[in-house]
Write a protein that binds this ligand. Structure first.
Ligand code: GAL
Length: 453
């Protein structure tokens, strides 16, 4: 079967996503403060190729040219994040005007090119000065986040309509405060549960602040979501898969919807009660205009009583004889359909937007060209599933590709290329990949039809 962009509806929002730390570089110029990622990468054993993003894609200096490429590709929406420590070097207190100026130029640069900006407030780069006081584990973060959000609303809210509060709270609290493989590299259940609870509170607090400051803002927040299957139909595997589903897919959205934490299906999270104050249950609730769904793969789970807390484990994709990406993630297009259906089924979810979906495959530059047909096929297959969900009544209203250009992929360093644009990290040269040209044709004309392979 084939489809064109018009099958998704006239008003469907097509876009591309990035995050500040992964692309901006300029880590210590024009008054920027140190973030937890600036510090974390100094220990090169934490990053697969020992790299860092001090320079990254140097988007800070190249952004005008990169916006020109977005325009050239006919991408109408651009999602990016604000580096907290660029505008508030110490997290709170003194404002760095040069940082504010940068985001003003970026927003104005979008608008001049007829590109709609979509701003994520927090995409994982907490100011180190706040981490030094406990970071997300310290309830004071509610006050710090209020100051940051208010500053963003008052500085940029006259031109930015579309906002997302947090990027994937499960990942930054899980990988950053429980497993320790993302910044700030902390571990353990009490760090995780306190960070999780404070992130949940900030998710709704930030939204309430924007709502009060900016009457017409469209306010969402984003979640990492993966469809989860049990390894077998054995009841132990099924129960383990349910626990992982509660952890990975339900833990942050349900409190936002006023349902509280899914404690019945995730008994370990009951210890969160230690961090809860009177009225927190209602504070966690906010009536979001949209929910950002970020999907890449599915997970398969089996029971394992040796694993603390979860009594189960994710079975790595490379042990399952399935198609793989270079992240060692399974290519499983139906996952995006399943998560859209799942989230749409919640009463209180008004609108879903796919705020990230994309892929890293092996690729080489041959005579100045990157023939990434496998990426095109991946996107087509996932989009086909988005369309299927929409046709079945799911209110999915947008799709943002991850990502504009190859960049610093967190603990994977520069080993993973997710971009529509190839970045040469030595010269900062950009080459539009075949997938970028394909996206342009798809967005440009009703006549280009996708053939789903
Ligand atoms: C998401 C994250 C992005 C990007 C992407 C690809 O979890 O929000 O920053 O890294 O995964 O791995």
């Amino acid at each position: 079967m084939g489809y064109s962009k018009f099958d998704f509806g006239e008003d469907f929002q097509w876009g591309v996503s990035t995050a500040a730390y992964q692309i901006e570089g300029a880590h210590n110029i024009h008054g920027k403060g140190v973030s937890i990622w600036d510090k974390f990468v100094q220990n090169s054993s934490k990053i697969k190729d020992g790299s860092h993003a001090d320079v990254g894609c140097n988007f800070y200096e190249h952004f005008e040219k990169d916006l020109d490429i977005i325009r050239e590709l006919h991408i109408p929406n651009y999602r990016f994040s604000i580096a907290w420590s660029r505008i508030l070097p110490n997290g709170i207190g003194e404002v760095n005007q040069k940082g504010i100026d940068f985001y003003n130029r970026l927003i104005d640069g979008c608008l001049e090119r007829n590109i709609t900006p979509w701003v994520t407030l927090y995409h994982w780069d907490l100011p180190q000065a706040l981490e030094d006081q406990g970071g997300w584990t310290n309830r004071e973060i509610l006050n710090w986040f209020e100051e940051f959000t208010t500053l963003c609303a008052r500085s940029f809210g006259d031109r930015v309509v579309n906002w997302m509060i947090l990027n994937e709270p499960m990942v930054f609290t899980g990988a950053g405060y429980f497993l320790g493989y993302h910044a700030p590299g902390r571990k353990g259940m009490s760090n995780f549960l306190s960070a999780m609870h404070h992130a949940t509170l900030c998710q709704s607090l930030g939204a309430r602040i924007l709502r009060n400051e900016l009457e017409d803002a469209k306010i969402g927040t984003t979640f990492s979501c993966s469809h989860i299957d049990p390894m077998t139909n054995d009841e132990k595997d099924v129960a383990a898969a349910n626990r992982f589903d509660a952890l990975l897919n339900r833990l942050f959205i349900e409190p936002a919807l006023g349902l509280g934490y899914p404690l019945d299906d995730l008994p370990i999270a009951k210890r969160v009660e230690k961090y809860m104050m009177p009225h927190d249950e209602s504070r966690m609730h906010f009536d979001f205009d949209f929910i950002g769904v970020q999907n890449y793969t599915r997970e398969v789970v089996k029971s394992n009583w040796m694993i603390p807390y979860m009594k189960g484990q994710i079975v790595n994709a490379d042990e399952r004889n399935v198609p793989l990406t270079t992240m060692n993630w399974e290519v499983y297009p139906k996952s995006i359909y399943n998560v859209l259906k799942k989230f749409d089924a919640y009463e209180g979810v008004k609108e879903l937007i796919v705020t990230e979906n994309g892929v890293a495959f092996p690729e080489t530059v041959v005579e100045g060209r990157i023939k990434d047909l496998d990426r095109v096929q991946f996107i087509q297959q996932y989009l086909h599933q988005v369309l299927k969900a929409q046709r079945e009544g799911v209110n999915v209203t947008g799709y943002f590709l991850w990502t504009l250009l190859d960049n610093f992929e967190w603990a994977e360093g520069y080993t993973q290329r997710f971009g529509l644009i190839h970045t040469d990290f030595d010269t900062q040269e950009r080459i539009i990949k075949d997938s970028g040209h394909w996206y342009k044709r798809f967005l440009q004309s009703a006549k280009v039809r996708n053939l789903v392979v």
